[in-house]
Design a protein around this ligand. Sequence first.
Ligand SMILES: NC(=O)c1ccc[n+]([C@@H]2O[C@H](COP(=O)([O-])OP(=O)(O)OC[C@H]3O[C@@H](n4cnc5c(N)ncnc54)[C@H](OP(=O)(O)O)[C@@H]3O)[C@@H](O)[C@H]2O)c1
Length: 289
Amino acid sequence: MTKILLLGSTGQLGSILTQLFLQLSNFNISNPTSSECDLSSEKSIINYLYNKKFDILINCAAFTNVDLAEEKVKLSNIINSLSLKFLCDNLNQDCSILHISTDYVFDGNNNVPYLETDFCRPLSQYGKSKHEGEKILNLYNRRILVVRTAGLYSYKGHNFLTKIVSKIKNNESISVIRNQYTSTTSALDLSNFIYQIIISKKIYSLEKKLNIFHYVNDGNISWFKFALEICKIYEYKKKIEALDYSRYKFIAKRPQYSVLNNSKLKNYFNVSINNFDNSLKNCIYKFEK
Ligand SMILES: NC(=O)c1ccc[n+]([C@@H]2O[C@H](COP(=O)([O-])OP(=O)(O)OC[C@H]3O[C@@H](n4cnc5c(N)ncnc54)[C@H](OP(=O)(O)O)[C@@H]3O)[C@@H](O)[C@H]2O)c1
């Protein structure tokens, strides 16, 4: 029986993963709520982990409100970075860790997709706190897989897709930045990848150290193009207003170009990854079901 601790099981990614693992009888999944295992409190983490042993921690929990993080600096630092020290110090030594990180560790000044080895220079407090989290994990002699993803969306929760679909359904006007480039990632696809490498035990082939990989859907696009694709599927006829990145008033600064190169992950795990348009269609199909 493989024992999994899944944190963040109410979120976009965590909720899909919980459903996947609950179907399997040879996996025992513990998915505490954020009050049962509160990552902002060392005491809560210690109390929750007391006398428990796990084979794998899947950490999908995070302080994900990028704008609010500018205000809640201390809280976002504890949840996105310091909590990883509390977890590593209190989990049984043979527990592997799969942690999710972000494209926001980069500054967006590249013009080719970011590699795992590229220099990190986060622009926002959220990005800094996630980068600090990676640095903390690097201090531990455990099997740690950090999956950096970008533009994560699902058929539920707060994300770009649900925002645009809500505007379409309410016949509201839509405006999107035309020259901000990203990779998008379907939470369904990323969950399936995580599920597959765990049930196939491929995760155990990684060395006992920090191993960083990028998982995003194929196809680098602007948010404007992604919005157009959504509107096309819904046959939304109104014109979308194109905003300019340099003139857009961000609360937290976002990278202008945060396309991630996913070749290392495809080669290492020998997996194929869907193109963004197919994944978007699959997700919308699920959304409308
Ligand atoms: N969304 C994106 O576009 C994006 C892009 C790149 C990377 N990522 C990364 O992908 C991962 C998953 O993101 P997501 O979009 O699925 O997140 P999400 O939907 O915002 O969910 C966040 C999860 O974290 C939990 N959480 C928040 N504060 C907590 C605390 N103090 N203690 C314990 N749990 C807490 C939440 O629990 P409650 O519901 O109880 O608050 C929720 O289950 C995160 O690591 C994120 O940084 C996201």
